[in-house]
Design a protein around this ligand. Structure first.
Ligand code: AOF
Ligand code: ZN
Length: 385
């Protein structure tokens, strides 16, 4: 077997291991590591939870003396700083591994290439960028936050085939079937925060929590699951009902508002909600960009927006949404029913919000589309033809 093929195979194994931390490493990245000696795996590990050992440490411990002279496959560049745990570069050098293959550079400014430089300086052979696309897909939020000071934002919506989310009366239970709704819980479970609008809270009184048990979350790190994402309510005028269901549930709720009078803030605090006062955007609503910056400062990596047409429309129009996850149910609700996005001002074709389709998949009886914003350099669809 050629070295390239072996490297790709072992990195694929490391990526699978990293995925076991999908629901638990937050705010740390998901990282997997495999140690290989003469084509044979002698130790493997993954990062389970912030504060606990990194993937490399776990793999070295599993390999014991067989780590000596081994090739290390790790999805993220080994760290070279003292965080909650000591540097992995030191652990690898002490274990005397011969070669290190990584999927991607660690975007953390404390590392960013220095881990690899340190290994090279110590005489270790280093190869980078193996299955880089897949390695990066493990941690879109961690990378975005470390490089851009913003979280990675997904917007999730469920609609009928004709793009309707609720009847004119507001009735919306259920648009999609149970498999798709389970899938949404997995999206929530991997997110650091779930964002909704006050309109949805007033109408639906949603729980916004993860209601999946260990069996439904394919992860090894189950003892504390589900970890509840931070619930965020965008509530410009602080209308949050003090008896809202989400306030009774385990996990924290944050209200993002432009209202700064002390009394309503104190009332919200008294029922356990945190309140974050932000300046309004030009339209007089909570400035979503500033909210996302604030969330990134709180080490929020992945944000899931689950909102009605007002907030979903504002988010899409702001250009701050990285990924749209759209579940479509195979039924028609008719044009009197409510649509997905409130997008005032779009009147001409050239004003459309264009998206790139990344994935189409059937989830139970429904359809799931994953779309993303076109990269800035990407020509418009018309120009490509
Ligand atoms: C690795 N392997 O498995 C992880 C890494 O506070 P600490 O000690 O947990 O360090 C967190 C930082 O270490 C994190 O921001 C990232 O740069 C790196 N995470 N590095 O080599 C791992 N989880
Ligand atoms: Zn480390």
């Amino acid at each position: 077997m050629s070295l390239d093929v072996l490297d790709a195979q072992m990195m694929a194994r490391a990526i699978l291991l990293a995925r076991r931390g999908l629901y638990s490493t937050d705010p740390n990245p998901r990282v997997g590591c495999v140690l290989v000696q003469d084509g044979e795996i002698v130790g493997e590990g993954f990062h389970r939870r912030a504060g606990e050992p990194h993937a490399e440490r776990n793999a070295i411990d599993a390999a014991g003396p067989r780590a000596r002279g081994a090739t290390t496959y790790v999805t993220l560049e080994p760290c070279c700083h003292y965080g909650r745990t000591p540097p992995c570069t030191d652990a690898l050098l002490t274990a005397k591994v011969a070669r290190v293959v990584v999927g991607m550079e660690d975007p953390n400014p404390l590392v960013r290439g220095r881990g690899l430089a340190r290994l090279r300086a110590a005489g270790v052979e280093v190869r980078t960028g193996v299955l880089e696309r897949d390695a990066r897909a493990l941690n879109p939020g961690f990378e975005r936050r470390m490089r851009g000071g913003l979280p990675y934002v997904r917007c999730k919506l469920a609609a009928s085939l004709d793009g309707r989310t609720a009847m004119a009366s507001g009735e919306s239970k259920w648009v999609t079937a149970s498999d798709a709704r389970h899938d949404v819980h997995r999206l929530r479970a991997r997110s650091s925060a779930v964002v909704t609008g006050i309109g949805t809270v007033l109408v639906d009184d949603p729980s916004m929590n993860v209601r999946l048990g260990p069996k439904e979350l394919p992860s090894l790190s189950l003892d504390e699951l589900p970890r509840q994402p931070l619930r965020v309510v965008v509530d410009t005028r602080l209308r949050m009902p003090l008896d809202a269901r989400m306030l009774q549930l385990p996990g924290a709720t944050l209200i993002a508002t432009c209202e700064h009078s002390p009394k309503p803030i104190a009332r919200a605090n008294a029922v356990g909600a945190e309140v974050c006062v932000l300046p309004p955007d030009p339209a007089g609503r909570v400035d979503l960009y500033l909210l996302l910056r604030y969330l990134a400062e709180r080490e929020i990596n992945e944000v899931l927006i689950e909102a009605g047409p007002t907030l979903a429309g504002a988010a899409m129009a702001s250009g701050l949404v990285d990924e749209l996850v759209l579940y479509l149910a195979p039924h028609l609700m008719g044009d009197a029913a409510r649509g997905l996005f409130h997008l005032p001002g779009i009147e001409r074709m050239e004003q459309r919000i264009g998206l790139v389709l990344d994935e189409v998949r059937r989830v139970g009886v429904d359809l799931r589309l994953r779309l993303r914003r076109p990269e800035p350099w990407e020509p418009k669809a018309e120009e490509q033809r």
